[in-house]
Design a protein around this ligand. Structure first.
Ligand code: SF4
Ligand code: SF4
Length: 219
């Protein structure tokens, strides 16, 4: 059923519009003064004004995937063993690694028995997917918080080992290293653990899968 139209009765101030216009102007000026004063505040702004980049920089998420780095352990030894798994996993094929045995007398420089003789990442091809980071068995490669990736020449976009290690040192000095990743259990291991837990709870012993054959049907 249609509602009857009720004619709205406007007050005198509404009919002459002046007061309403003034109310609107007060609101506009209030926002203008607030933002104007905020633009003189030092440090990152907390109001929706322009960020004065590069002086003001936004906080980056700790899990942001930016420029890569090669990690060193607590003793300053290279964690990378040159296995090349990151290069295999890279969908853009932009990692080149050459493995080598740790030279005699330089054992203190490397955490493993092998090392990467050369390591290169072509930033022009990288899509920052993070697969290299995910797949590294030693946790040696990490995508850091560096997002200023513009370079003048293609050669500068080739990240060699020295550059990758210096990225790590810079991030460590600034305190912007990523928090360590939680180890992800392998599917087989997780199932085994769950099975063991279940059997402990029941107080039963389970043998290998082949031993647990179904009982023959009764005659
Ligand atoms: S960064 Fe990791 S995956 Fe890549 S070569 Fe070094 S140890 Fe292997
Ligand atoms: S982030 Fe992805 S594309 Fe870039 S180097 Fe790592 S695996 Fe390759």
């Amino acid at each position: 059923m249609a509602k009857p139209v009720v004619e709205k009765r406007y007050t005198l101030s509404e009919r002459i519009y002046l007061v309403e216009i003034l109310k609107g102007m007060v609101l506009t000026w209030r926002h203008f003064i607030f933002n104007f004063r905020a633009s003189f505040r030092p440090g990152p702004h907390t109001v929706p004004t322009c960020w004065q980049y590069p002086e003001d920089r936004r906080e980056i998420s700790p899990i942001f995937r930016g420029e890569h780095m090669l990690l060193l352990d607590e003793q300053g030894r290279e964690l990378c063993v040159g296995c090349g798994m990151c290069a295999k996993a890279c969908p853009a094929q932009c990692i080149t690694v050459k493995m080598a045995k740790v030279p005699e007398g330089e054992e203190g420089r490397y955490a493993g028995k092998t090392c990467s003789q050369s390591f290169n990442i072509d930033l022009l091809r990288c899509i920052f997917c993070g697969f290299c980071e995910e797949t590294c068995p030693k946790g040696a490669i990490v995508l850091g918080q560096g997002y200023e990736l513009a370079r003048y020449t293609p050669e500068e976009c080739q990240l060699g080992k020295e550059r990758l290690i210096s990225n790590f040192r810079d991030a460590k000095a600034k305190g912007t290293l990523k928090p360590p990743r939680k180890p992800v259990p392998v599917a087989g291991e997780a199932a085994k653990e769950a099975e063991e837990k279940g059997s402990k709870a029941k107080g039963t012993r389970t043998g290998p899968a082949t031993a647990r054959k179904a009982a023959p049907p009764k005659a």
